[in-house]
Design a protein around this ligand. Structure first.
Ligand code: UDP
Length: 235
């Protein structure tokens, strides 16, 4: 049993609390949603509860497959116990199909499968709107060591293989997703969350979007989409 301590950090969709164990934090999932670097704000009813359950299931799956993550256990509806990380300020995006910023940047149609998996890095900075960077920037600015980048990429590609297969078996296409990593006692662990907030998930048959694009693009039926992902993931 851990005791919840003071609030350490409040982000757009989650709050981190300290515990009586300096190595462990409580990650609390909120219903708030933001898009376009927080220019658009809203609430997705019960998102926190759904995302905590989805993330718990997917982190559990990844741990079973040998991926090192910050996940310890689900504590309640909206809370999970996680290992404290020193976050690496680099977001790792993995893409299986063209969508979102890749479609915009290269003038491509969304939904085209990629012949090779694409990995991208973004610098975590709200003020700058998370600009895209590459390994030279990561090295030049000391965001992470070369071996750390290597271990993030190796992990991210394995996470992609595992999640793609798991979701495919449940009728969901894993189009792309964003991961965050951090350091914990000299190890690189997968942190943050794995939910429809940070993944593009399309229904394999209808290509209907079952993720935060419904909020970003005002497509409606947002709660229903998250509920469907929850149902399929728990199946
Ligand atoms: N993503 C995210 N947080 C960000 C940016 C992107 O979780 O700050 C996720 C997003 O949900 C998608 C993937 O990363 O699954 C790729 O996003 P993209 O670069 O296409 O950006 P977008 O079109 O959402 O601006």
């Amino acid at each position: 049993m851990v005791t919840k301590g003071k609030k350490l950090y409040e982000g757009k969709a989650k709050i981190l609390y300290e515990t009586d164990n300096p190595d462990l934090l409580i990650q609390y999932f909120k219903d708030e949603a933001t898009a376009f670097n927080a220019q658009k704000k809203g609430v997705i009813r019960e998102k926190g509860v759904m995302n905590n359950t989805i993330s718990t299931r997917l982190f559990g799956l990844l741990e079973e497959e040998g991926i090192k993550t910050h996940f310890v256990e689900k504590l309640g509806d909206r809370e999970m116990l996680v290992k404290r990380l020193e976050i690496i300020p680099v977001e790792v995006v993995v893409r299986n199909m063209v969508a979102g910023s890749l479609a915009r940047r290269l003038g491509l149609e969304e939904g085209r499968p990629l012949e090779e998996v694409v990995v991208e890095f973004y610098y975590k900075s709200d003020e700058l709107g998370d600009p895209m960077i590459n390994t030279y920037h990561i090295r030049a600015f000391g965001f992470a060591e070369d071996e750390e980048v290597e271990s993030m990429v190796t992990s991210a590609l394995r996470v992609n293989d595992i999640l793609k297969k798991f979701l495919d078996e449940r009728g969901i296409l894993l189009v792309d997703f964003k991961l965050e990593y951090g350091r914990h006692h000299g190890e690189i662990l997968l942190g943050d969350e794995i939910t429809p907030d940070g993944c593009r998930l399309w229904d394999r048959e209808t290509l209907e979007r079952l993720d935060k694009d419904r909020f970003r693009r005002d497509l409606g039926k947002i709660e229903e989409a998250y509920e469907e992902v929850l149902r399929k993931v728990m199946n």
